[in-house]
Design a protein around this ligand. Structure first.
Ligand SMILES: *Cc1c(COP(=O)(O)O)cnc(C)c1O
Length: 356
């Protein structure tokens, strides 16, 4: 008799699946989704567009027309190539697999995005987490020391960072890029629509930098599309590891259509930036709440009791993320996604119940 325990890797047996909370019937403010649907007329047009897609055919593996449009709309420099992924999660996995030589390590500031560590370990690489300063800025000295000690193959810098919302200092990042001459630095700009700062114009300026983006937080989390921009030499190697047909025809057609209407999504992002400012001010006025500066569509907030805050909000049918156990620096912190004005009002009312 064969059991999975005989066959499956021990580290996989010890893992738990990526946790996704059941949000049925709840105001969903836990996962940085854009709360706004597409305008009805645009959704109907998209429907017509998708009706013409040949579902019987495999998708184009490297759809050049779509990539060219993406490069134009997202201002990817001319000397860069683009690789598409089934979400940027898949791009992280491709980078890990491609760089996993024996003994190779992956380094990133912590607390940070959990997939960097998870993906590295699944590819058999050691993950080195370097703690941020207490105010969630980069600890540059610690990072430079860790780079010298570990000589990581890959360094991730999320700009801005999740779950802290911090937009790292660009001069700090330049020091790290300069010190990491033996590493590839992946700048993860998942929250770029809310940051209004970007490394994309410089994506081709360094021999050791690539810039990763996603359309998820812009309002298209459901279609799963990420893109990696960098010099052709890097992109061509990563392309070899990409599963064939990784971006399906419906995703390609949706992206192709909506890139022509990017103003709609940009306007939604602008509204969310306004909502973020209002929400930050309102939450900071509550007794015991400390709001950290955020360049994402979410706020990291330290409260007197994160579990009580999470539970009270859940009782009020508002789902947020309790990140207080993720890392010691996040003690008693919760992460609030910025939603629609209505959703934010509901969240604020629930926060008042527990913080007053
Ligand atoms: C959400 C997020 C991603 C993943 O994006 P997908 O394209 O949806 O896979 C990547 N990096 C960071 C920092 C994120 O917060």
């Amino acid at each position: 008799m064969t059991t999975p325990q005989d066959i499956i890797r021990r580290d996989v047996l010890a893992m738990t699946s990526y946790p996704v909370a059941d949000a049925t019937g709840l105001v969903k403010l836990d996962a940085m989704e854009n709360p706004f649907p597409l305008p009805e007329a645009l959704a109907a047009q998209l429907g017509d567009h998708l009706a013409g897609v040949a579902l019987n055919r495999y998708p184009a593996p490297r759809p050049q027309a779509l990539i060219d449009k993406l490069k134009r709309v997202m201002n990817v420099p001319a000397n860069c190539e683009v690789l598409l992924g089934n979400g940027s999660d898949e791009l992280i996995s491709i980078i890990s697999v491609a760089c996993a030589t024996p003994g190779a390590k992956v380094l990133a500031p912590v607390p940070g995005f959990v997939m960097y560590a998870m993906s590295a370990k699944l590819a058999g690489m050691e993950f080195v987490g370097v703690p941020l300063n207490a105010d969630f800025t980069l600890d540059v000295d610690a990072l430079l020391a860790a780079i010298a000690e570990h000589r990581p193959a890959v360094i991730y810098l999320a700009y801005p960072n999740n779950p802290t919302g911090t937009l790292f200092d660009a001069a700090d990042m330049e020091r790290i890029i300069a010190a990491a001459s033996g590493s590839l630095v992946v700048i993860d700009e998942a929250y770029q629509p809310f940051a209004q700062e970007s490394w994309m114009p410089r994506a081709g300026d360094f021999d050791n930098v690539v810039v990763m983006r996603t359309v998820s937080k812009l309002g298209l989390a459901g279609i799963r599309l990420g893109y990696l921009a960098g010099r052709t030499e890097w992109i061509n190697e990563f392309d070899k590891v990409r599963p064939p047909y990784n971006v399906n025809v419906l995703t390609q057609a949706t992206a192709d259509f909506l890139l022509d209407h990017i103003d709609v999504l940009d306007a939604q992002a602008a509204q969310l930036r306004d909502e973020r400012a209002k929400l930050a001010q309102a939450v900071a006025a509550l007794p015991g709440a400390e709001v950290f500066p955020s360049a994402g569509n979410f706020l990291l907030v330290r409260v007197p009791d994160a579990s009580a805050t999470f539970e009270t909000l859940l009782t009020s049918r508002v789902l947020i993320k309790n990140v207080s156990k993720m890392h010691p620096l996040l003690a008693n912190c919760v992460r609030l996604t910025v939603g629609s004005p209505d959703e934010n009002a509901q969240m604020l009312a629930a926060l008042k119940l527990v913080l007053n």
